[in-house]
Design a protein around this ligand. Structure first.
Ligand code: DX5
Ligand code: ZN
Length: 218
């Protein structure tokens, strides 16, 4: 099964409730929520109060991508405001294994995020503890950037590693995914597709329908 995760970073923040309604009506089940601290990445997005407000009006699955230094400091808060899955960057955690276990112990889905230049080997001793790996297909920090072509090989390499170990870990991709390259990442082995600027806008419902049509044919 292939899952579309619209990234609310590209949504209209003044109309977040309506945007979430549109996603739900269009058949979306999970929403990707980008938290940025201005340290791990240059920009600052939003934090716990905004997610808590979203939780009040939406029953979608909340996938929280923490672009935050030492995200372990905020796992409990994220759980409290309604996160269902929490992703932490390997580059941002001094004690990655401990942070993963914090998320799992809270009963939530845990995933590790890798920047484009970070090798897959950092996953070797944690791959069997996590639910997904998120491969960044742009450098994190902003929506609307272009897909880095070398990431297709990285997705394939990770797919091979996971399959060789017989693990049930899904590959998520994030950054620069559009209708014209989504098949490439799916064919390489990704099954969780984050899309921001290619979903939100004047034609959100049509864009979602077009993604879901491609997924149904895969
Ligand atoms: C980038 C974020 C993404 C972003 C993707 O740092 O992690 O989730 O919203 O946006 P697009 O799909 O426009 O590249
Ligand atoms: Zn993201």
């Amino acid at each position: 099964m292939i899952t579309l995760l619209p990234s609310v970073l590209s949504a209209d923040f003044a109309n977040l409730g309506n945007e979430l309604d549109t996603l739900k009506k269009s058949g979306v089940t999970e929403v990707h929520i980008d938290v940025m601290d201005g340290m791990f990445v240059p920009s600052i997005s939003f934090g716990m109060p905004v997610i808590a407000s979203m939780r009040k009006v939406s029953d979608l699955t909340f996938d929280v991508h923490m672009m935050v230094e030492e995200p372990g400091r905020y796992i409990d808060d994220m759980v409290k405001v309604g996160a269902d899955a929490i992703g932490v960057h390997a580059e941002a955690c001094k004690h990655l294994d401990r942070t993963i276990m914090q998320i799992k112990d809270a009963g939530k889905k845990a995933y590790v995020v890798l920047n484009p230049a970070t090798p897959l080997s950092v996953l070797d001793y944690v791959l069997d503890k996590i639910d997904y790996v998120l491969l960044m297909t742009v450098n994190p920090g902003f929506g609307g950037q272009s897909y880095i072509p070398q990431m297709t090989e990285k997705i394939r390499d990770l797919r091979r590693k996971i399959d060789a170990r017989g693990l049930d870990v899904e590959i998520q991709v994030d950054g620069g995914i559009k209708l014209n390259n989504v098949e490439t990442v799916i064919d390489a082995g990704a099954s969780r597709i984050v899309a921001g600027s290619s979903v939100f806008g004047d034609h959100t419902e049509e864009q979602i329908a077009a993604f879901l049509k491609i997924f149904a044919e895969k």
